[in-house]
Design a protein around this ligand. Structure first.
Ligand code: PRX
Length: 653
């Protein structure tokens, strides 16, 4: 992997090719600059125009922005609309027969679903939710495989004003339970089993385990989609999806909600052990999703878009469930994994479905290079016209491969920087205008006032690094943390930055051309295969194990995953060595997988009699990071209480 230094020396630059630029919505730098200027000169007018152009309102808004209760900002607050209406109903007259979703199952079956059919299925399921007593503002947890039903469940919640909280299907019963409790969910929607890479995933059993552990008293019913033929026991609180919807009408009047009515809560990791419930609005969020989808992917009505994310993450919310549907696009929804039945699955799908716009994560690109750098050449990928990446920095080698081998040198690479909190892409090259540089997410979308500042909040000069901030609130920004407004203010609008700037939590650098280069998190958050993990969450999981006295978790660079998890552990008993250490390490790895999910499992566990601490008892994390990387220790260790344990911690279990 490239080091930060080599990334910053990157000098290659790729202007959009003529054929692309000529047909692009934002064509050329002049067009891009004009839209940016409009946003600079009349910020509220800029967003108000977009909100009128891209969204359908039941009652038009008259107020664009209300900052009187900063940082709890309101957008379009006296308007009424419905998100599902915007994603479905309004397309029916002219495009009812257009394919909304091409669903490809794990085992390779593909099924097209028209906008009309999707509308009917959403309405019918929304009627099912109503039958169970779900009302506007109720929370519904969705713990589903990557099936069309997951999208239907989300859209059905939006239709009746219920607030969904999707929990990634790879999370454990414990993680699911925490989220159900924090959200106070009334309903859980799941499938009997998921299918991934030819294997079943026992989703319903995990829901049972979560609910049976107690504390989830708010849950009244569990709706179970029968995804596989597997025989899953159903109890008194369970109801089958088909049984619930049988005979229900295929239309359902949308519930009109206020613009800032919460559309969903999505939990994400921060610097404490407790995940944050990121609460998004209806109108502002949808506007960000639709507009960024249109601009960043240069959306055209005959495109076939494919975002490979899971709906359990923000990318799947914004660029599967909401953005493409709001724009009336055709998209591929894929249930499986890139390596099943073999490593050419993605390329074969692009060929078969004539995908024009492909959006995936650097970690997937890196693993596919490893598994067969020449494989794409065996497929006809000529339908592709744009390639996107998201979730973590992309190293220039992977970028170049994506550009040349997958994109044939004709497709712009749109590296999109954004977060669960921002709701939609913030910094990304407008593909018909901005020249790309491998490893840089380039320039902000028009209307996004991104900047880099020092610890006092003052802007740093071009060519320097600092904290990435967004200087003005924008419509798709997180509204609050569910149940924790105070944490919201302190985390994102800290006093050090005058309470004015949204503090993203990333460090970044800007080059002489003003291009942004994301360097990584400034907090204790790791990015493993594009998944955001809090080191504190993993530490809490480890110390919950009866053998463990203390644990510290850090990241180390990893060729494919971007970052890998390294845990330094002190046991209650004596420090293990040799075979015993390996055995306990394996046990602790599966423990973390069971407590949080496989994605959080440490790659490497080291045992010490203690952790390196200062005399005041603070764990020296910087030192642990160097040890994890295998670097020579150059830091001053004279304040260390117990220098001899450094040797112990350098030994892998
Ligand atoms: O560190 C940044 C990294 O992912 C974090 C956000 O994670 P999450 O909320 O899970 O959302 C991921 C998908 C939008 C950011 O704080 N990140 C995201 N995109 C990029 C990135 N780092 C570098 N380049 C990107 N394009």
């Amino acid at each position: 992997m490239s080091t930060i230094e080599s990334v910053l020396k990157e000098t290659r630059s790729f202007a959009p090719i003529d054929a692309f630029r000529q047909n692009a919505t934002l064509s050329g730098m002049e067009a891009y600059n004009t839209v940016c200027e409009r946003a600079n000169n009349d910020y509220e007018g800029f967003w108000a125009d977009l909100a009128r152009e891209l969204l359908s309102w039941h009652k038009p808004f008259t107020r664009t922005f209300d900052g009187s209760n900063a940082p709890f900002f309101k957008w379009f607050d006296d308007g009424l609309l419905n998100v599902s209406y915007n994603c479905l109903d309004r397309h029916l007259d002219q495009h009812g027969d257009k394919t909304a979703i091409i669903f490809e199952s794990d085992d390779g079956q593909s099924t097209p679903i028209s906008y009309r059919s999707l509308y009917e299925q959403v309405c019918q399921f929304a009627n099912g939710l109503k039958k169970l007593g779900v009302e506007k503002g109720d929370r519904v947890v969705i713990y589903m495989p990557m099936t069309v039903q997951a999208v239907i469940a989300m859209q059905a919640c939006a239709r009746i004003g219920a607030i969904h909280s999707v929990v990634f299907g790879g999370f454990s019963a414990g993680a699911l339970r925490d989220r159900i409790i924090d959200a106070g969910a009334k309903i859980v929607i799941t499938a009997n089993e998921g299918m991934r890479g030819g294997k079943t995933v026992p989703l319903k059993a995990t829901v049972d385990e979560a609910l049976d552990a107690g504390g989830c008293d708010s849950v009244e019913k569990v709706i179970v989609q029968k995804r596989t033929a597997g025989n899953t026991p159903m109890g008194a609180r369970d109801i089958g999806w088909d049984e619930l919807t049988a005979g229900l009408p295929l239309d359902c009047e949308p519930t009109w909600v206020e613009a800032d009515h919460p559309l969903f809560i999505l939990y994400t990791s921060g610097s404490t052990g407790k995940p944050k419930g990121i609460q998004h609005s209806s109108a502002g969020y949808l506007l960000g999703a639709a507009n960024s989808f249109r601009w960043a992917f240069d959306y055209k009505p005959d495109d076939v878009f494919w975002c490979t994310a899971d709906v359990g993450w923000i990318t799947g919310h914004t660029y599967i469930c909401y953005g493409p549907l709001a724009m009336g696009a055709t998209q591929v929804v894929f249930e499986g994994v890139p390596t099943y039945p073999d490593a050419s699955r993605f390329w074969s799908m692009i060929e078969r479905h004539k995908v024009t716009t492909f959006y995936t994560a650097p970690t997937a690109i890196r693993s596919l290079i490893k598994l067969g750098a020449d494989l794409p050449k065996q497929f006809d990928l000529s339908s592709l016209r744009l390639l996107g990446t998201v979730g973590e920095p992309i190293n220039p080698e992977a970028w170049m491969w994506y550009y040349e081998v997958v994109g044939g040198g004709r497709c712009p690479i749109v590296d999109t920087w954004w977060q669960t909190e921002t709701g939609s892409a913030m910094i990304a090259p407008m593909p018909g205008a901005v020249a790309t540089k491998p490893g840089s997410c380039t320039l902000p979308l028009p209307g996004i006032m991104a900047d880099i500042v020092d610890e006092s909040g003052a802007p740093v000069e071009l060519g320097n690094g600092g904290f990435l901030v967004i200087k003005r609130p924008f419509p798709s920004l997180v509204r609050t943390i569910w149940n924790d407004a105070d944490r919201f203010r302190k985390t994102y609008f800290p006093d050090e930055f005058n309470g004015q700037y949204y503090l993203a939590g990333d460090s970044a650098h800007r080059d002489e051309d003003g291009y942004f280069w994301i360097m990584g998190r400034i907090d204790d958050v790791l990015n493993v295969s594009g998944h955001r993990l809090g080191t504190m969450e993993i530490e809490s999981a480890l110390v919950a194990n009866p053998l463990v006295a203390e644990a510290a978790v850090v990241g180390k660079p990893h060729e494919v995953k971007g970052e890998a998890v390294v845990a330094f552990v002190v046991l209650k008993g004596p420090r293990p060595t040799g075979e015993e250490a390996r055995k306990i390490a394996a046990e602790l790895k599966s423990w973390v997988a069971h407590e949080i999910g496989k994605i959080a499992q440490p790659d490497d566990i080291r045992f010490g009699e203690n952790l390196p601490k200062t005399r005041s008892g603070k764990i020296m994390r910087r030192l642990l990071r160097s040890i994890a990387k295998g670097e020579e220790i150059t830091q001053d260790t004279s304040t260390l209480e117990n220098p001899q344990i450094l040797d112990q911690l350098q030994e892998p279990a």
